[in-house]
Each structure stands twice: as C-alpha cells, then as structure tokens.
Design a protein around this ligand. Structure first.
Ligand code: ADP
Ligand code: MG
Length: 697
C-alpha cells in the first residue's frame, strides 16, 4: 500500500516532475510563465511537451486532451492518441509543443449564445500553464481556456483568469500606497466545500427523474426525514466510509488536497472540503472532484447526486466558496494584522469587499442562479436569495466605532483610532457561528454560501473578483490623489462603512422578519433565475465587467442568453419527464392497485354483502378521483410544454417556465404524492423517498 505522500500528485505533471525532467533553462522559463504569465516560446513548449509526453506514457497514458470548461457547466475533452506512424510500420508516441499550447476542438456543439454564429464557427483551446497537466483514464489532460477564433471567451475559465488579473492589478495599486513594494502579485484563493448525496445505484436506475434530471420529481414524504438531526457529523456508515477512502485516494493522486469529510444534515448527505488553493486551480480541482465523486460512487454500487435539490422536504446541497486575497509574499490581506498600519490596510480591504458585495448584489446572486439552485435560494432554505454579510459582533463593533468616532468597547475596550490602534484579535469561534448568512466573514476569509452543489465555482469567483477589483480601483483612484494619506484613508473607510452598512446583517437569515427588514434596507431579493439573469446586462454591471476586461459586451450578451437557455432546457426536461412518469408509470400503477382492490371487494361481496369493505370503498374512490386529477394535470402540463415551443424570445420562455410550467409541475406532484400514500408499496413503480434516503446501509 502506497502512503499518502507517495500517492499524492502521482498522476500530475507537477513542479516535482518538471524540475526532474526538464533542462534547467526550460524549467526556469516555465516557472516564469507560471508566475508572471509570460508567453512560452515554441521551442521551449516543444521541450515541455516532450517531457510531459514521456512522463504520461510511462504512467500508462495513450491519449492526450485539452481539458476545458465550456458553458455547459461540465468539463469537456476530446481525446487524441499520441501515436504517429513510424517508417518501419510501427508507431511512435509523439506530442509537440504546438499541440500542447493550442488545440482546435470541433466546437460547434458547445453553447456560445450566438457568439460563434456571428463570428467564426471554430474555437480553440489554449493551455493554462498555471494549472498542472494530469492523467485521467489513461489520458493526459491539459487544462485549457476555450475561445472563439476572434478571442471571445466560450468557457468559464477565460473570464475567471481575467478577473484574477483585474483584481491583481488594482490590489497592487492599493498595496503600493501602503508602501508594500515587495509584493509582485496578488491572487485570490478558494476552498470550496462540496455537498452531495449518495444513494444506491439499483434504486437510482429505477427512477427516470433521477436519470434524466438529477432530482426526484415525485415522492411523498417518508415517515422519517432529517428532523432527528441524527445524521449531521454522525457516524459514517461502512459503505460510505469505503467510498470516501477510495475517493480520497483518487483525488490525492490528482494532487487535489481533499481534507475533511463528514455527514451533512440530511440523511444520505455528505460533504467534502479540500485545502484551499489559487482560484483557477481550485476551480479545475472542484470540477475534477465532482467528476471523480461520481465515478468512484459508481464503483461502489452507489450514485453521487450533485443536484441542488434532489429531494423535496430535506435540505438541498450547496457549495461554500471560502475566498481570500493573498500576496505572493504570503500575506493574507483579509487577516487583521499585528500593527496599526497593517490593520488599516486590512480594514480597507474589508470595506472594499463590503462595498463590492453591496453594490454588486445582483451580480453575485446571478452568478449562482440555475434552475436547480432556485429550489434552495429564496425557497425557505439556506441561504435566502437576499445577499447580506455576516461580520460577527466584534468586527461590527469595530466598524461602528470607526463610523461614529466613538470608543470601541469590544473585548479590549480600546478606542479605535485608525493607523494608531491595534485591532482586537478575532477568534475564529466568535466569527464562524452564523450558518444562515449567505456571505460570512470567518476570521481570515469570506465564505460565500449561495453556490449550488453542481455549480462551477468559476462564475461566483468571476463576479466576486471583478466587483472587488472595481472598488479597489475606485479606492486607489481616490487615495493616489490624497494630500494627507492617513486622514483620507480614515475618511474613506468611514464613509464606506456609512454608505454600505445596510448589507451587514448578523442575525438569522432565514426568518420572515429579515425579509421585511431587508426590503426596508433596499437590498435586492431576486428569487429566481429569470429574475436575476437579465441584470447581467444592466449598464452599471456591464460597464464594470467590460471596464476591467473580464467580459466584452458581446460575451455578456451571449452568457445571459446561455444561462436563460440552460434554465429553460433544464425545467422543460423536468416537465417532460413528469408527463412521461405520470402517464406510463404512476397512473398505470395506481390503476393496477385499484383493480386489485376491486377484485378483493367483489370477492368479499360474493361471500356475503355483509362483510365490511370500508377500506376498499374509500381507497377505490379516493384513488380513482386522484387518477383523474393526475391525468388532467398531466395533460395541462403537457399542453404547457407544447405552448412553450411557440414562444420565441428566450427571456419570455424563461418567464413562462417560472410562472406557468413550474406551478403546473408542482400541482401534478401534489396529486401523485397523495396517491403514493394510499397505494400498496409493491404496486408503486419506483423506489420511495424512504428507500432512497435510507437505502445505503
Ligand atoms: P471549518 O469551516 O470546517 O471550520 P475552515 O474554516 O478551516 O473549516 O475551512 C473551510 C474551508 O475553507 C476549507 O476548504 C479551507 O481550506 C478553506 N480555507 C481556509 N482558509 C482559507 C483561506 N485563507 N482562503 C480560502 N479558503 C480558506
Ligand atoms: Mg462552511
């Protein structure tokens, strides 16, 4: 058995491999490329490609692929083998620098939201050397960005890298003002905590809804749900423990820092958290993690559900995006420092994040909007669709003191004077207790908790990085002109707190009271995907994103269209699946059971008219009317899906889904779920909630 250090990164062409296998000159040059984003010239790329190929072939790889993240939300790969014919009739394993740097996948079937139609039909992929190549399924995978020939981003990684560079640029300006000349690069880091469900494969296979849509569209409440709170951090069942062990091994081989695992709140729900890494790498790793989870589950006879809301009535799954900003000199800019000066710098970054979140609430909200996540956000589940920031009482006390120029009467009861006083130490314990906040400060990072479990973390981080870059730019513009830096800094922090404190909320984020209060504060409450997606094109948002070079106007328009299209397609498939299940499975099953009751009743009648048959009479009658209701509602839903086809405008389609289709789906479900509670289990055509949620033993 290999030890963890032996296993770790075994399938990655990481720094250790590069150092060992590349000539020093090539190695130094690739480090420069990685660290400074410098271009790699072709002769060097040839050397890297050749070493990479030798390593890959030694480790069993036969193919290579440019691995990228198109707008479908999943990753894409097209495998080419290394082989090339040799004169002696055999083959050589070849891989050139050109093939490493650039790929040309036939991209016509990836969503482009009209971008490629108007420009060029083909797309290309370009190597992101900051994310190491790795081997998966005997294939050397090269992490890449995916663009059209005119340079429009067709993926999630390109704008993510652009947003990181925007933030880097503005943060460096701020650091310079504080006299930090030794910092050359500022990057954001993310540790995404991933929630998921595990259910038995043989049960999954019997449910069309899970197969086609990833979530259950029918299912009555089981006698036991999550009310006992006995699953969270509970003992991990042996079968799940074996899955987790295998999963860790596979992730470690890929250099993914899988760290903690535990049971979540809902039955059959679990969580995996990695150690944080640079945002683009964390994004690649999270995509890989989701993929490997599903593969490993299948080896264990399980299915890993990544949908945001696989089961009605029990908690859905999210992803906590732990985000921080750090310098290449190893300083986390979201850590309160030890000297007054460091503290002032910390407070400036802190209020920049506060202002960014307040001003770009809608962008953050829409960055996590999908049909699946709509079932969580704004639907009586954690967290709400309203964005607010939790700071904790201590830090809020500090901000209060600055705003009002009063004494800070926190744990140290010291007077807050910026640039003079040392901040109290924030213990993690005092900052990490609010689980209902969508955006919480947790000591040295912010935890953005609105992401859906199946979301790529790219989208949320693109918006977060860009919004913070914009505020830092504004701050730098002002402070670079300051005549008295300390005074102006103090005023800037003070006025920012005053203007944006409405976004700070330390209370319970789930209650109705907060919804009312949030409305009074003027915070946005965008409940569904069609509500928020068009905001992407609001002038304020578009100007900001285009201004930092994160998106072009055309890219924004295309993204808005793709996201609405994804929403409409997802719900439409759900509606069609419901129609199919109702017609071909539920109605026939209920009818069978009714027929059996009729047989029983008529047999009883034959013996004697006096034998009681209240049960038969009542259930036959109830189920017969339910069958009619189900049939009727199925027809209504089907008609609505046909009408959808007549709507041309994508936004109108999304509104129609939101207002008509989803309501019709819900009403069909109510009738079918009621029928389930009256029907003999052996007649029910697919596994129940009880089977699915408690089936892994
Ligand atoms: P918990 O929430 O269980 O108390 P932590 O807060 O330590 O655990 O970590 C939760 C997640 O946050 C982990 O994925 C961790 O790697 C990540 N994390 C910790 N520190 C940072 C940081 N400075 N930047 C980004 N992510 C971080
Ligand atoms: Mg968390």
């Amino acid at each position: 058995m290999a030890t963890v250090p032996e296993l770790f990164g075994k399938n990655v062409f990481d720094d250790r491999q590069m150092k060992a296998r590349l000539p020093e000159k090539v190695y130094n040059s690739i480090r420069k490329t990685i660290e400074e984003g410098k271009q790699l010239d072709l002769s060097l790329a040839n050397a890297v490609a050749s070493a990479m190929k030798d390593w890959a072939v030694e480790n069993g790889a036969t193919h290579y692929t440019h691995w990228f993240q198109p707008m479908t939300g999943v990753t894409a790969e097209k495998h080419d083998s290394f082989i090339s014919p040799a004169p002696d009739g055999g083959v050589l394993m070849e891989f050139s620098g050109k093939e490493l740097i650039k790929g040309e996948p036939d991209a016509s079937s990836f969503p482009s939201g009209g971008l490629r139609a108007t420009f060029e039909a083909r797309g290309y992929t370009a190597w992101d050397p900051t994310s190491f190549a790795f081997i998966k399924d005997k294939t050397l995978c090269i992490p890449t960005a995916f663009c059209s020939y005119t340079g429009d981003a067709l993926d999630k990684k390109t704008p993510l890298l652009r947003s990181m560079s925007a933030l880097n640029k503005q943060a460096l300006r701020i650091l310079k003002l504080f006299g930090n000349d030794s910092v050359h690069m500022v990057t954001t880091s993310v540790g995404p905590e991933q929630e998921y469900f595990l259910i038995p494969k043989e049960m999954y296979d019997l449910r069309e809804d899970l197969i086609f849509t990833g979530r259950t569209l029918f299912g009555a409440k089981p006698p036991k749900g999550q009310e006992m709170d006995d699953h969270y951090f509970g003992i991990i069942k042996p079968r799940v423990a074996e899955f987790m062990k295998d999963l860790n091994d596979e992730l470690w081989k890929l250099g993914i820092l899988a760290k903690t695992e535990h049971n979540e709140v809902a039955p059959a729900q679990h969580e995996l958290a990695p150690i944080y890494s640079t945002t683009n790498i964390a994004t690649d790793h999270n995509q890989l993690t989701m993929e490997i989870m599903q593969k490993v589950a299948s080896k264990h006879g399980l299915v890993c559900l990544l949908h945001e809301k696989p089961f009605a009535g029990v908690n859905g799954s999210g992803k906590h995006n732990n985000w921080s900003i750090a310098t290449d000199t190893g300083v986390n800019l979201l850590t309160p420092g030890e000297t007054p000066y460091e503290n002032a710098q910390f407070l400036l970054f802190l209020v920049a994040v506060i202002k960014a979140v307040d001003e770009y609430q809608d962008l953050l909200r829409l960055s996590v909007a999908t049909a699946g996540n709509d079932h969580r956000l704004g639907a009586n589940e954690a967290p709400p669709a309203v964005i607010s920031i939790f700071l904790g009482d201590e830090l809020e006390g500090v901000l209060d003191a600055i705003e009002n120029e009063t004494d800070y009467t926190g744990s140290k009861s010291a007077k807050m004077k910026l640039g003079v006083d040392v901040l109290p130490e924030f213990k993690k314990d005092t900052t990490d207790r609010n689980r209902t906040s969508p955006f919480a400060f947790t000591g040295n990072k912010f935890e953005f908790r609105m992401l859906g479990s199946s979301n790529s973390i790219a989208c949320a981080n693109i918006m977060l990085n860009s919004a913070v870059a914009e505020i830092l730019k504004d701050f730098a513009d002002k402070l670079e002109k300051a005549s008295d830096f300390e005074k102006d800094l103090h005023e800037l922090i003070k006025s920012t707190i005053k203007e944006h404190k409405r976004i700070i909320f330390n209370g319970n984020g789930y209650g109705d009271e907060w919804m009312e209060e949030a409305a009074k504060r003027g915070l946005s409450n965008l409940k569904t995907t069609p509500d928020c997606m068009p905001k992407l094109l609001d002038k304020k948002n578009a100007d900001m994103l285009v201004g930092h070079g994160v998106f072009t106007q055309a890219e924004l328009e295309s993204r808005c269209e793709i996201m609405l299209e994804n929403y409409t397609k997802a719900v439409n498939i759900e509606a069609l699946t419901m129609v199919d299940m109702a017609k071909k499975q539920i109605i026939p099953a209920v009818e069978d059971y009714v027929a059996s009751l009729v047989t029983t009743a008529s047999r009883k009648m034959k013996i004697s008219a006096d034998i009681p048959m209240e049960y038969e009479k009542e259930v036959i009658s109830k189920l017969s009317s339910l069958v009619d209701i189900i049939y009727d509602r199925t027809n209504i839903l089907e008609a609505a899906t046909i009408k959808l086809k007549d709507i041309e405008d994508i936004t109108e389609q999304a509104y129609y889904i939101r207002d008509e289709i989803l309501a019709k789906m819900a009403s069909l479900r109510v009738a079918a779920d009621e029928a389930e509670t009256l029907t003999d289990k052996k007649y029910w055509p697919f596994p129940t909630y009880g089977d699915l949620l408690f089936g892994v033993r």
